[in-house]
Design a protein around this ligand. Structure first.
Ligand SMILES: *Cc1c(COP(=O)(O)O)cnc(C)c1O
Length: 465
């Protein structure tokens, strides 16, 4: 297995190199040169694996044998040892048609932990093996930052800087990121929104001299390893459901911002997992819903919502999907991405759009519908959804069909987003790990929205001991 860029100008590279490159050096996104298809007999064997064993089985198709088995195994077990549920990502039955895949049992109570705890291990491993300095740089709409910091705080050879949009993350998200006291962590609170933060990160990664001289490494879902780690729970959830129901195929409903998590589901499907529809749930920032329903990919006005981790207009993983839907034609991707830069939109139609609509459903959930969904499931099922998971469930309900099962991804614990829960008139009990955050001291640096200011802070941070 080797890796290439969606824009066609990165030579075939190995797994560790792809991990370290993050964004493709030609500005594209890295993808495997060939997606492995898992034989049905192997899928059957995988049904009996534990979560950790399944990670190892899936990764074995992608790592090129570059990491000795016992090292990979140690990293995988260490990554998930911090999870509060022995199953790592347990599946809960809500009713005959709906199951929830709980992805929030990691240290920072959101699904980002599943990939980022592993990536933290892998960065630490590469730093030690190659005797390298690694400076992780990322943008967060709230959850990635906390999780990535948790994965590498205090680790030898590693520094991490996270940009978050000032005042646009939830209180608990902010506290999780900024109450970490290790000196290898820098939080920049940026005037602007997540798209501004992500654009700056992409600009810095596209400046190859800056990237190389500052040892930059990526944790956002531009990094293929993050996607790969997330494909595992689609397999795991599928196996849990078919064991309980004798169903042959399931749909997945996925609360989406950067198209990262749902792209992992698409990859699982391409690998041969019997997935029916992938239902894409957005909030009012619904560029992806409009793309799927109309074929027009065009950012609208930014809105702050009850589900801030999905307040994203420009979805960086979208390019990966576009690459596959257009038949892996990198020349066309280059043309479309140039056009997007120049004209601010991409339009597809005809056969390509039909293909998109055969694979995906989409529903943009408005604020009131999100809160109503939280209230309804709390009252009728005694299950408290966080506002992101509620978008997924609302979309699953919209596509509900008597004879099908949908697994909706529960991407965060409700305690992270009490702002929305309070609006539902629901009082929740905070887990101790979250309530204790409120007493801790915060450390963050406020910066204006210009790249120059961000670069100045980064240089200060990298030059400090
Ligand atoms: C990041 C995040 C999402 C969106 O995931 P993408 O990979 O950006 O599509 C959804 N829910 C929560 C809680 C998140 O933190």
């Amino acid at each position: 297995m080797e890796y290439i860029s969606t824009r066609g100008n990165v030579g075939k590279i190995g797994f560790i190199d792809a991990f370290m490159m993050g964004l493709g050096n030609d500005g594209g996104l890295l993808v495997p040169n060939e997606i492995p298809v898992i034989p049905a007999a192997t899928l059957k064997e995988w049904q009996e694996l534990s979560y950790q064993e399944l990670v190892l089985a899936i990764f074995s198709y992608f790592t090129n044998g570059e990491i000795p088995d016992e090292d990979l195994k140690a990293m995988v077990y260490a990554s998930y040892s911090t999870f509060r549920d022995p199953e790592v990502t347990p599946v809960r039955r809500i009713n005959d048609q709906l199951y929830l895949l709980e992805l929030f049992h990691g240290p920072t109570f959101a699904f980002k932990d599943i990939a980022l705890q592993f990536m933290g291990q892998l960065y630490t491993y590469v730093a030690a093996k190659q005797n390298k300095k690694i400076h992780i740089l990322g943008a967060t709409s709230g959850d990635t930052g906390a999780s990535a910091i948790e994965g590498v705080k205090g680790k030898e050879g590693i520094k991490i800087c996270i940009l978050h949009p000032h005042g646009k993350v939830s209180k608990v998200q902010e506290l999780q990121m900024t109450t970490v006291k290790e000196d290898n962590v820098l939080n920049l609170s940026v005037d602007g929104n997540f798209d501004d933060c992500q654009r700056m990160i992409k600009d810095l990664f596209a400046d190859l001299d800056f990237k190389a001289s500052n040892h930059l490494a990526a944790i956002n879902s531009i990094n293929f390893v993050r996607i790969l780690a997330q494909t595992v729970y689609y397999f795991y959830a599928y196996f849990q459901v078919v064991k309980q129901t004798d169903e042959k195929q399931v749909n997945f409903s996925v609360p989406t911002g950067n198209f990262g998590d749902i792209f992992a589901g698409y990859l699982a499907k391409r690998m041969g997992l019997p997935v029916g529809k992938l239902i894409l749930a957005t909030n009012e920032n619904n560029i992806l819903e409009r793309f799927i329903l109309e074929g027009v990919y065009k950012p609208g006005d930014f809105r702050s919502t009850y589900s801030p981790s999905m307040d994203i207009q420009v979805a960086s993983n979208f390019e990966r999907y576009l690459y596959y839907v257009l038949g892996e034609d990198s020349a066309q991707i280059r043309k479309l991405m140039d056009q997007f830069k120049a004209e601010g939109q991409i339009v597809i139609s005809g056969e390509a759009l039909s293909k998109v609509q055969a694979e995906f459903g989409a529903h943009g959930v408005q604020g009131q519908e999100c809160l109503d969904t939280i209230k309804k499931y709390e009252a009728e099922n005694g299950y408290l959804l966080d506002p992101h998971s509620a978008c997924g469930v609302a979309a699953a309900d919209k596509y509900k069909n008597e004879n099908e099962i949908t697994v909706s991804l529960a991407t965060a614990h409700p305690a992270k987003f009490n702002e929305a829960i309070e609006l539902c008139g629901i009082e929740q009990q905070f887990p101790e790990q979250i309530s204790s955050l409120f007493e801790k001291e915060q450390r963050q640096t406020r910066v204006g929205g210009s790249l120059t200011e961000v670069v100045r802070e980064l240089e200060k941070f990298y030059n400090a001991r």
